[in-house]
Design a binder for this molecule. Structure first.
Ligand code: PBG
Ligand code: ZN
Length: 324
């Protein structure tokens, strides 16, 4: 394969040739759209750091679900903003909690759209941490008791899949057991397996009002410096019964996606998070970058690294560009 016998440019000459040798394809099938649900009626609060994204009341959420389904996007992931917060995050597992109501409304509006729920406590606790506190620290084993109940309440409300994002140890096994004991052995778990302690979650915390009121999440989310540990985390989740392994954020952690892809035989999801979305939108607004092209290049890069599916706020925009 040496020049001048081999000339790579030969196969780059025309769009037909380029299509024929394209190794990675992005499809609308790969996209999962994150949505924020709030109590009330007729609400469509723009999220300032995430242009084009909104906190939606149930009525508007149902409309967005219909549009999302019409674009050919197979799934949404729901986040709730509760009416009240308390130390135990009780609305997270309340029968008439915001997510439980949102699940029902979305399933009603678009029955074929898969509804995944984010399972965590940080939006619901008054201290903003992802678990139950014991003094100033998050108590792992007390937290997974509550978090598995949150997951169960989502399944009872009609969620098609749950996605625990708390990063407590052993929560996948705890949820799997509770589901299996309660007639939900058919509901899959998408585990946020390698979730890094990332500043890229900033805009999300504004959108979901979920910033910790003291300290940070370093005692449970992963250190951005670690890669081998991510493989260990993913392997634990496989053993505990996860159906999909998620890596988060996406673009700064492509090496992690690639390494986990090599080690693990389960479907892999990558979360292209709020800060990644915000950076592209901000640069586009400033006239510094071609937003739509950077979006497509980014999503293709995440797939090329090994992700089978991408959770992204760009889902509707990308689906439209792909010509669903
Ligand atoms: C909550 C949660 C977070 C995200 C998803 N679930 C934020 C956090 O851990 O503080 C981030 C999503 C995003 O930034 O788009 N456990
Ligand atoms: Zn959380």
């Amino acid at each position: 394969m040496l020049f001048p016998d081999y000339r790579p440019r030969r196969m780059r000459q025309t769009e037909a040739f380029r299509r024929m040798i394209r190794e990675t394809k992005l499809s609308t099938d790969d996209l999962i759209y994150p949505l924020f649900a709030v109590h009330g009626k007729g609400i469509e609060n723009p999220i300032p750091s995430m242009p084009g994204q909104f906190q939606l009341s149930i009525d508007n959420l149902a409309k967005t679900a219909k549009k999302t389904h019409a674009l050919g996007i197979p799934a949404v992931i729901l986040f709730g903003i509760p009416g009240k917060k308390d130390p135990l995050g009780t609305e997270a597992y309340a029968k008439d909690g915001i997510v439980q109501k949102a699940v029902k409304a979305v399933k009603n509006a678009a029955p074929e759209l898969a509804v995944i729920t984010d399972v965590c406590l940080c939006q619901y606790t008054d201290h903003g941490h992802c678990g139950i506190l014991n003094g100033k620290t998050v108590d792992n084993d007390a937290s997974i008791e509550v978090i598995s109940q949150v997951a169960l309440s989502h399944a009872k409300a009609g969620a098609d899949m749950v996605a625990p994002s708390d990063m407590m140890d052993g929560r996948v096994a705890e949820i799997r057991d509770l589901f299996d004991e309660n007639g939900f052995s058919h509901i899959p778990i998408m585990s946020y397996s390698a979730k890094y302690c990332s500043a890229y979650y900033g805009p999300f915390r504004q959108a979901a009002d979920s910033a910790p009121k003291f300290g940070d999440r370093r005692a449970y989310q992963m250190d951005p410096a670690n890669a081998v540990e991510a493989i260990r985390e993913a392997m634990m989740d496989v053993e505990e019964g996860a159906d999909i392994i998620m890596i988060k954020p996406a673009l700064p952690y492509l090496d992690i996606i690639c390494r986990i892809r090599e080690e693990i035989d389960l479907p892999i999801a990558a979360y292209h998070v709020s800060g990644e979305y915000a950076m592209i939108k901000a640069a586009e607004k400033m006239g510094f970058l071609d937003g739509p092209r950077v979006m497509m290049e980014t999503l293709i890069a995440i797939k090329r690294a090994g992700a089978d599916m991408i959770l992204t706020y760009f889902a509707p925009e990308a689906a439209a560009a792909l010509g669903a």
